[in-house]
Write a protein that binds this ligand. Structure first.
Ligand code: BES
Ligand code: MN
Ligand code: ZN
Length: 485
């Protein structure tokens, strides 16, 4: 999708060549700045009962006198916040997206259109037009909507353009992450994930390496390989490099869980809903998407994206409960449940990234059902022993409208990971399951400034709207961009 800003002058709506005008009204009165013919029509619609100036309300007008665009959609926002403008924008876009609208102009009346509002509108538009068709070519054609022009007051135009550019980059990253995660497990194998990462890297001018089983063996990634051993699909370890600063500048590192299908392994999951475990590479998808967004925004810093990708399958060669594996760190792990596989692949990835001497490391994983229970689909779970890093991620989440919530990492939670047969067990019991999973990872991060995002509930939606969300590409992109200042 194309995004552009245009300075809003009085009478602009009479001249603006677009297929539709989306008017977002903030508050419960019509702003006096609205062009008179448009204001008259909206007032008339209110009088005739077609619209109320209440949050969430929306109406559709055709051939408004004095407005060049043949369609006008009016949507009401609760306030001028980016969140509210996004919600109203999304409602309005939903009305026009099925129509013959290629070029949509958007005007926010009654509030400033700053960077945050502009970004929120861009991501809402991209969200509305994304249609998954890769294995369903018969799906309704994607909406025609291909261009969005944001009208902004002269004083806001620079900020709006900046926000729109950021929103456009995030939207590309989110769309890529959604597309990868939506693909079924028989398509999106570790091999395909590596090929798609390569495609993205080539297009964006990033360096990429993909390590195969032999190289992982040489590195001593006994824990990652133990998960991979039950599957006929070969594991891939993907390393992408964005270089926006001198090589000597310590990089930010993102580590993604890339389980392309999680059957649970020998500790097999129940059948119901197991299909959704194709989304268990949502963390990996968000790393690819974030690197794409960052490559487009070109901040002056270095970012490395790392993905451990494999399937978790039962077979005659699969890992068994009670097996003890040796991680790349040298620590041994007793596998009490083969379904707690995410931490087994991430621990070796976390050890691997020590070599980059990172400024900070964030891992992103659909790690625990317990996190779904704890936080639902609103906030991603966030864990870090580092208060400053935690604050950065909370702030990035707010700025991106892609929030996270910090959960604790007290040593007392470590108790449950004790094992009589290895340095640790891979599970800690049901209570506080998201936290014990994070405590497990923490044992591999002594040399790192580290945070963990559990996106089990936020990476995809279930039910009728089943599909990947692309979260937390927005949060991660904002975090990276904030480090460049
Ligand atoms: N990928 C799952 C976590 C998950 C479950 C994400 C449901 C989203 C929805 C992970 O590999 C897993 O199976 N975790 C287990 C851990 C348990 C065995 C300690 C879980 O959460 O049940
Ligand atoms: Mn699992
Ligand atoms: Zn999993």
């Amino acid at each position: 999708m194309d995004f552009q800003t245009q300075v809003m002058a009085p009478g602009a709506t009479a001249k603006l060549a677009a297929d539709a005008l989306l008017l977002v009204i903030v508050g419960d009165t019509l702003p006096a700045t609205l062009d008179a013919p448009l204001a008259t029509s909206v007032t008339e619609a209110i009088k005739q009962g077609d619209l109320a100036l209440k949050p969430g309300k929306c109406t559709y007008l055709r051939q408004v006198p004095g407005v060049k665009a043949p369609r006008v959609v009016v949507a009401v926002a609760k306030d001028g916040s980016a969140r509210a403008v996004q919600a109203a924008g999304a409602a309005g876009i939903a009305v026009v997206k099925g129509l013959g609208v290629k070029h949509l102009a958007v005007l926010v009346a009654g509030a400033t259109t700053g960077a945050a509002q502009a970004e929120a509108l861009a991501t809402a538009a991209a969200d509305a037009v994304y249609t998954y068709r890769t294995t369903k070519p018969s799906a309704a054609a994607a909406p025609l909507l291909a261009k969005l022009t944001l009208l902004a007051a002269k004083a806001d135009a620079v900020a709006a353009a900046t926000g729109l550019a950021r929103g456009a980059a995030i939207a590309e990253g989110v769309t890529l992450a959604r597309e990868l995660a939506n693909r079924p497990g028989n398509h999106c194998t570790p091999t395909l994930l590596a090929a798609e990462a390569r495609k993205m890297a080539r297009a964006q001018g990033l360096r990429i390496e993909v390590l195969d089983r032999r190289q992982l063996e040489a590195l001593g990634m006994g824990s990652f390989l133990a998960v991979a051993q039950g599957s006929d699909e070969p594991p891939k370890f993907i390393v992408m490099h964005y270089q926006g600063a001198a090589k000597t500048v310590a990089p930010l590192v993102l580590v993604g869980k890339g389980i392309t299908f999680d059957s649970g392994g020998i500790s097999l999951k129940p059948g119901e809903g197991m299909d959704e475990m194709k989304f268990d590479m949502g963390g990996a998808a968000s790393v690819v998407g974030t690197l794409r967004a960052v490559a487009q925004l070109k901040p002056k810093l270095n970012v490395i994206g790392v993905i451990a990708a494999c399937e978790n399958m039962p077979s005659g060669r699969a890992l068994k409960p009670g097996d003890v594996v040796t991680s790349m760190s040298g620590q041994t792990i007793e596998v009490l449940n083969t379904d707690a596989e995410g931490r087994l692949i991430l621990c070796d990835a976390l050890t691997y990234v020590e070599r980059f001497k990172p400024a900070a490391v964030v891992d992103i994983a659909t790690l625990t059902g317990a996190c779904v229970v704890a936080l639902g689909a609103v906030h991603s779970g966030m864990f870090s022993p580092d208060d400053a890093l935690a604050a950065e991620l909370l702030a990035a989440g707010h700025a991106a409208l892609d929030t996270c919530w910090r959960l604790p990492l007290d040593d007392a939670y470590d108790e449950g990971l004790k094992s009589n047969f290895a340095d640790m067990a891979n599970i800690g019991g049901r209570p506080g399951g998201a936290i014990t999973a994070a405590m497990f990872l923490k044992r591999f991060t002594a040399k790192l400034r580290w945070a963990h995002l559990d996106i089990a509930a936020t990476a995809w939606k279930s039910g009728a709207a089943k599909g990947a969300t692309g979260r937390p590409v927005g949060l991660l992109t904002h975090w990276v961009m904030a480090q460049a200042k």
